[in-house]
Ligand binder design. Structure first.
Ligand SMILES: C[S@@+](CC[C@H](N)C(=O)[O-])C[C@H]1O[C@@H](n2cnc3c(N)ncnc32)[C@H](O)[C@@H]1O
Length: 166
């Protein structure tokens, strides 16, 4: 088991997307922040960093830190954007990276509980991105693929979800 997550190709991909999206003057939750790598792509916003892993938060470089399971204690109506690079690795339950079967254990819980206006969610091919998008559509989100990046042995997708007004 690793103590906390260090930035990797997935982190860099999501950071690139955030730079392109030019998110400014928003209240943003960096969910699964680890030590705060993605915060550099969120300058100009109010950022709340949430992670379940206390060791990561102790080494976090920013402020507004919340130890929580997903968005549990967060008042989602007060949040503009959530950014989430989840634990997506299949067939492991490692609390830092493990997503259990098809890597969907935490992703599916996020889908079932998200209620913000806009989010960016990173998934990989084995998580079945199209199925994830369909689940999000059923939850009232229009979802687009912002970025697809092939890395060694894996394909990363960054999805953007926007809540549809009923
Ligand atoms: C793939 S890492 C991403 C780290 C960082 N955001 C990045 O992009 O480099 C996943 C992060 O999610 C955190 N995490 C796992 N399960 C969580 C949960 N239920 N609620 C909040 N954070 C969780 C892990 O501790 C880990 O820091």
């Amino acid at each position: 088991m690793i103590d906390w997550y260090e930035p990797d190709e997935d982190s860099y991909t999501l950071l690139d997307v955030l730079a392109d999206e030019r998110i400014r003057d928003k209240t943003v939750v960096d969910l699964g922040s680890s030590t705060g790598f993605l915060a550099q792509g969120l300058r100009g916003n109010i950022v709340v960093s949430v992670d379940l892993n206390m060791k990561a938060l102790r080494h976090h470089t920013g402020g507004n830190l919340v130890r929580a399971d997903l968005l549990g204690p967060i008042k989602q109506q007060a949040v503009d954007v959530v950014v989430f690079n989840p634990p997506y690795v299949p067939d492991t339950d490692d609390p830092v990276i493990g997503g259990g079967m098809r890597g969907r254990r935490v992703i599916d819980r996020f889908i079932d509980s998200v209620d913000v206006k806009v989010f960016y969610l990173l998934v990989i091919e084995v998580n079945r991105p199209m199925e994830v998008m369909e689940c999000l559509r059923q939850r009232g989100y229009e979802t687009t693929v912002c970025r697809v990046r092939k890395i060694l042995g894996e394909t990363i997708y960054v999805l953007r979800g926007e809540k549809q007004i009923p």
